[in-house]
Ligand binder design. Structure first.
Ligand SMILES: *[C@@H]1O[C@H](CO)[C@@H](O)[C@H](O)[C@H]1NC(C)=O
Ligand SMILES: *[C@@H]1O[C@H](CO)[C@@H](O)[C@H](O)[C@H]1NC(C)=O
Length: 305
């Protein structure tokens, strides 16, 4: 009897409360209230190139970062780039080969990222991975995303390719709990044995400037793309390399200048005419993110500084 009365009453109270309390919405997105209403396709994010290849040992020449993933994220990195290879049958992040630099299993890396995402619920994060060995998307990549729990936070666009102008706001992605965008440079179009809806092909949505740059003035050109820049976001590969007898390596010695506001803004502004829409880069990819002023530059590009 009590049960019969209490249940409708509870339902009534519940729905009254529901209509009184506004739906919980993110009020600060990626650290800034102004970014909640900004579309993903119109936001500039700081990226860490070879994010897994971190070492504080200056003799580790194959490193491109000095600090670990949580520290990179803490510095404001919101795009993590990494290259995967098979090592003893397990997918690892490695630089060129796992003999040169082994960053460990992709699953362990993604689990670390998931822990950070859970602790930082108002952040949109992009993962941009490279698949040079053409490892299977459904059989090799997807299990790592699923087992780490990242798959449940991954954003699946309503269109594929999603034009730059059609992306949702950061606020709506955070509210929906789908705040991780995953791109792969090769295979995500189905050419490597099947499609996984949240693992997106990079070059139909993003173009890149050249890599292994050794010219400190970073002349801009469209390097890798599939389609037209008009409806693409773009990434500037803003890391300066030195050529030591034919071996191209990143040099932390010059990172203070390269990752300074002046160098980043000059590179970004130099690319605007190529965007076919007067647009700044969506992603600024840096080596040694703990050196210089990458976040300050990206805040300026977002009009926040
Ligand atoms: C966002 O839009 C503004 C205004 O059109 C533009 O100046 C800026 O470059 C855009 N940024 C990105 C990353 O698209
Ligand atoms: C950026 O540059 C590096 C070499 O410095 C290259 O390996 C990489 O593919 C480029 N693009 C991305 C998205 O990392």
């Amino acid at each position: 009897m009590l049960y019969h009365i209490a249940l409708p009453l509870l339902t009534l109270v519940g729905s009254a409360l529901g209509s009184l309390l506004p739906t919980k919405r993110a009020t600060v997105c990626n650290g800034n209230a102004a970014l909640c209403s900004r579309s993903y396709g119109n936001t500039t994010f700081m990226g860490a190139h070879d994010s897994f290849a971190f070492s504080d040992d200056p003799l580790a020449l194959a490193r491109d970062q000095e600090v670990d993933i949580p520290t990179q994220l803490g510095l404001g990195v919101r795009l993590l780039q990494a290259q995967a290879h098979l090592n003893d049958g397990v997918i690892h992040f490695c630089h060129t080969s796992c003999d040169l630099f082994d960053g460990g299993a992709v699953l362990d890396y993604l689990t670390t990222v998931k822990t950070w995402l859970d602790a930082n619920p108002s952040e949109v994060l992009t993962l941009l991975f490279t698949n040079p060995e053409g490892l299977s998307i459904p059989d090799v990549w997807a299990p790592a995303f699923e087992q780490s729990g990242i798959a449940s936070l991954a954003y699946t666009p309503s269109m594929n390719p999603m034009p730059q102008s059609a992306w949702p706001t950061l606020g709506s992605m955070i509210d929906a709990g789908t705040r991780v965008v995953v791109f792969l440079d090769a295979g995500a179009d189905g050419s490597d044995g099947g499609v996984v809806p949240y693992i997106l092909p990079e070059f139909t949505m993003i173009w890149e400037t050249p890599f292994s740059v050794t010219d400190a003035s970073f002349p801009c050109s469209v390097d890798r793309i599939d389609g037209s820049p008009a409806d693409h976001m773009y990434l500037i590969n803003h890391s300066l390399n030195i050529d030591i007898f034919g071996i191209i390596i990143s040099d932390p010695e010059q990172a203070g200048t390269t990752n300074g506001v002046a160098s980043i803004l000059a590179n970004a502004n130099g690319c605007v005419p190529l965007s076919q829409g007067n647009r700044l880069p969506s992603f600024v990819l840096l080596d040694f993110v703990n050196i210089g002023a990458g976040l300050q530059a990206v805040n300026q590009l977002n009009g926040l500084a």
